[in-house]
Design a protein around this ligand. Sequence first.
Ligand code: ATP
Ligand code: MG
Length: 331
Amino acid sequence: MTDAVVVAEGLHKSYGDTPVLRGVGLTLHRGEVLALLGPNGAGKTTTVKILSTLLPLDGGSATVAGYDVVRDAAQVRRHISLTGQQVALDLKATGLENLTMIAKLSRVPRRQVKARVAELLDGVGLADVAGRRVATYSGGMRRRLDLAAGLIARPRVLFLDEPTTGLDPRSRRDLWELVRDVVAGGTSLFLTTQYLEEADELADRIALIDHGVVAAQGTADELKRRVGQARVELDLADAADALRIRTAFPDIADTASDTSAASPTVALATDGSLAHVRELIAGVESTGVVPASWRLREPTLDDVFLTLTGHAAHAPDAPEPGTTITQEKAA
Ligand SMILES: Nc1ncnc2c1ncn2[C@@H]1O[C@H](COP(=O)(O)OP(=O)(O)OP(=O)(O)O)[C@@H](O)[C@H]1O
Ligand SMILES: [Mg+2]
């Protein structure tokens, strides 16, 4: 593909004897958002560090904006920005001072610094608080400032490593809005996240990473199709009922869910037709099992992750408040 701005093939990386990336391959097309989605420790940050030339690779190859990350590292760095889990803003300085400093360090022509900084502060909704010290900013405000910092040099590819981890739902939504604006402005975005919802919401394409391997790649719809059509989900009284349902529908009952739970849920895959749903419901009735409740549900990315990797993607719904971007995340 000629419009690819990031291409990684067979990336390998080990720390000591521990392999962390075991053949990561992925593609980001121009103007798109790619979400690298995976649980803690899957290898997201490591992948981003390799692609942004911060970390050498042990095997495989990658190009970013058309440049090889090893041979043309300096060129790669000219065309990208990275805002990540460990970014150092000067907390004692104001938002305005921080951006001005970064603009002066980057290739923004002197005479344009002031206007560019003002434009960005406005764009990320921080114009009103630009004169306040960053130490007084909320987590969401810091992330937005961080995003503005990443945009100063007008990168072709912007890497955002878990941009909303630690934010409350409201701030997260605000940041999503902002990210959409950035992409509408023509920047290609490489995003990592552990939130399925975030990938679903923002990404044109998603690469699922687990234990250093990209298990699947595609649009959210393509990935969901891999786990089939709508499912009939049954909330059951106990493990015995769950076993009866699984025995009655050996080919279409999901076996991944935990039936030892107090009130287990078992899902039956349908072919998406009304006739099949009707047939399944009749089939459930004829087993004598009476579900406490039931519903018809479209597959989610969670189902995809579970199906392709054998475990859930662990998306913590209640992120730790007060995480700051200057704080290094515990590995
Ligand atoms: N400098 C290092 N030395 C040794 N092991 C490391 C180092 N950095 C990362 N690792 C390990 O490599 C694996 C992948 O780490 P990575 O930071 O890429 O994961 P991640 O997907 O970004 O996770 P998270 O969602 O927690 O940020 C983890 O098992 C981690 O402990
Ligand atoms: Mg990480």
